[in-house]
Write a protein that binds this ligand. Structure first.
Ligand code: 5GP
Ligand code: ZN
Length: 116
């Protein structure tokens, strides 16, 4: 828990969020500024800065984040039409919050993967 990390504070209950799923090790909550009809952030409860440090530091936990994302995708009705799961990472990736989070996006056709 890092008191200056926004998402650690959501895990701690210090900042409100619309939680859609919680497991022993992960949390999923709606993005405050949704970019699609469904936009959920899925995080490990323990702090890792980004998907690179999570994937190398605790691959089992990384898998649990993916499992929670899949469960939320199913619960939100996204499996039939498809969805996008992405981890913005570092400066070029456009990461703004440095507690690793998967963006689960769906509910409409999402267009090309990258703006051109
Ligand atoms: P990033 O650019 O780091 O990949 O994405 C950060 C995401 O966190 C953004 O989509 C932004 O809307 C979301 N966000 C920022 N602050 C909050 C907050 O206080 N609550 C929630 N639920 N989402 C937030
Ligand atoms: Zn954190």
């Amino acid at each position: 828990m890092s008191s200056d990390c926004l998402f650690c504070r959501i895990v701690a209950g210090e900042i409100p969020a619309t939680i859609v799923r919680e497991t022993a090790t992960t949390l999923a909550f709606r993005d405050i500024d949704p970019k699609a009809p469904v936009h959920v952030l899925v995080i490990p409860k323990v702090h890792y800065a980004d998907v690179a440090t999570l994937g190398q530091g605790d691959p089992e936990l990384a898998g649990q984040v993916l499992a929670t994302a899949a469960e939320v995708a199913e619960a939100e009705g996204l499996l039939a039409d498809g969805f996008r799961l992405l981890f913005n990472t570092g400066g070029y990736g456009g990461q703004e919050v440095f507690h690793v989070h998967a963006h689960l996006l769906g509910g409409v056709p999402l267009g090309p993967m990258l703006a051109r």
